[in-house]
Design a protein around this ligand. Structure first.
Ligand code: DQA
Length: 167
């Protein structure tokens, strides 16, 4: 195929398919970050977290597709989308972490590496937060470091993706 034709085709692809895309999926109530229990979750907003992720991913040669939903079904659909459109997945499932077998099943069907993130240290909190359905499908878990955890997750994921590519 001629070079000119190839670049025209590429322009029609969605942003995520054009580059090394990392999906960052956020679950219920994370849209309220900044004002929601700041003593637990800090004062950074979801927009601030997105900016952190964009910066970190860009520095490592990746692009981030950053999303949030309060709806379990939508999160399941996005995880399924990641099977074809992402090279890695970061999930902060919020309260669905502790309840959602549907999200676990979707993640288990996902062949790309998954990193689970929580802003707070779920193990120092109420007992019902100590169990995570997401963890079974995750390569690793980062919790307790606030927004920095998202950057650490991108770093870990980028390393895992590079390792997998190198064979
Ligand atoms: C959270 C921890 C969950 O237990 C809680 O339901 C959340 C946020 C975190 O990022 O610390 O919504 O996932």
């Amino acid at each position: 195929m001629a070079r000119k034709e190839a670049s025209a085709d590429l322009r029609e692809l969605p942003l995520t398919a054009m580059a090394n895309a990392i999906f960052v999926l956020n679950g219920p109530n994370l849209n309220l970050l900044g004002t929601r229990e700041p003593e637990v979750y800090g004062t950074e907003t979801l927009e601030d977290l997105k900016a952190r992720c964009d910066r970190k991913a860009h520095a490592l040669g990746f692009v981030v597709d950053f999303r949030q939903s309060n709806n379990e079904g939508e999160l399941v659909n996005w995880i399924q989308e990641a099977r074809t459109d992402a090279s890695g997945l970061i999930v902060n499932a919020g309260a669905f972490t502790h309840t959602s077998i549907a999200m676990l099943d979707a993640l288990l069907a996902c062949t790309v590496p998954v990193v689970e993130v929580h802003l707070s240290n779920i193990f120092t909190r109420e007992p019902f937060r100590h169990r995570s359905y997401v963890s079974k499908a995750a390569k690793g878990v980062i919790c307790g470091f606030g927004g920095l955890g998202y950057e650490l997750a991108i770093e870990a994921l980028a390393a895992a993706i590079s390792r997998a590519k190198a064979g």
